[in-house]
Write a protein that binds this ligand. Sequence first.
Ligand code: NAD
Length: 356
Amino acid sequence: MRSNKHTVVIVGYGGMGSYHGQLISENPNLEVAGTFDLLEGRRKASVEAGYKAYESYEEVLADPAVEVVLIATPNDVHKEIAVRALEAGKHVVCEKPVAMSSSEFKDMIAAADKAGRVLMVHQNRRWDEDFRIIKQMHESDTIGALFQIESRVHGANGIPGDWRHVKAQGGGMLLDWGVHLLDQLLFMIDSRVTSVSSTLSFILGNDVDDGFEAVLQFENGIKAIVEVGTTNFITLPRWYVKGLEGSAVIEDWSLTGRIVTRNRESEHREPTPIRAGVGLTKTMAPPSEGSTITAGLPPAAELPDGFYSNFVAVIEGTAEPIVKNAEVLRVQNLIEAIFAAAEKNEVIKDFDTYGV
Ligand code: NAD
C-alpha cells in the first residue's frame, strides 16, 4: 500500500544528514526515501541505516516518488543542488548557512518562485530553549526593557572536520555558528540594525575565521554583542542580558541560570563599601540586602510549531513558514556587513546597501 507520507531524499549523508534522518523519522507525515552522497563510504552507511542509497543526483531528480530534497552538504554546493531540485519540481529544505552569499540565495529564491515550490532553511536554533527563554524575557519585559544582549558560544576544540577549514567551501565560524546567533537576534528583535563593527580571529592559522566578535546596534536602543570562539578553555555564559530592571544569565544549554531584579518593595539603602583588591568601593559593592530578588529562569516562549511539522504544513499550503526566506536573506546580508566591517576595520552604517 502506498504511504501518504511526503518523501524526502537526504543529499549529503554526513553528520547533519544522518541527524536529519532521525528528525524526519520523528515526524508522522514525512519519510526518508533515500540518500545521496558523493562518497562510497557514506552510501554504504546509508544502506546500513536502512535507507536506499541513490547512485547519482540525476537519479534523485528523475525519481517522481521524491517530493523533497534535504540539503546537508558543505555550503559551497547548496545553491547548485537546491536550484536543480527546484527546477525538477522538488521542494527543498536547505541547511544553514543557506548559501555562500546573498546573491546566491536570491538565485535560489528566484528558482523556488519560478517552480512554485517551497524552499525552507533549517534555522533550527530558533527552537533552542535557552534562546526562547531570552525571547520570552524580551517580549514580557521580565527584567525591564533590554538594553544589552550578549550571545556567545565557546569551544576549545578548534574548527572541526575538513571543509569547515576551507574558505572556498564556506568554512569559518561566522558562517557556521554566526549564522545561528544572528538569526536568533534578528528573529527576536523587531528593529533595524543601525551599525555593525566586528573582528575575526585567525588564531589557529586557517584561511577562515576560527571565531569572531560582532557588535550590533539596533534602532530601538538594544546593543548586541555576538561572540564565537574555538580556543576558549573556560567558557563565558551562553547568554548575559541586561534590562533596566535586572540582569539575566544562562550559562549553558542545560539551562543553568538565574535572573536578578531590582526589588521595588524594598526601601532604598546605600550599599556598604567593600574592600576590593587593594582599594575600597561603594560603586562596585553588592546591592544592599533585600534590594534585589534572585529567581530562576522564566519559561521559554513557544513557537507555533516544530520545524518539520511547520514544513509539512507549508508544503500542504496550510501554514506560513516560521523560517521565512526574507528573514534568512536579512541574516545573510548582516553576515556580509560583518565580514566587511572586519576587513575594512570600520563601523558599517550603510544599511541601505546591506539591506539589514
Ligand atoms: P559533513 O562533512 O559531516 O557531511 C557532508 C556530507 O556531504 C559528506 O558526507 C560529503 O561527502 C557530502 N557531499 C559533499 N558534496 C556533496 C555533493 N555535491 N553531493 C552529495 N553529497 C555531497 O558536514 P556536516 O557537518 O553534516 O554539515 C553539512 C551541512 O549541515 C552544512 O551546511 C552545515 O553548516 C550544516 N549543519 C547544520 C547544523 C545545524 O544545527 N543546523 C549542524 C551541523 C551542520
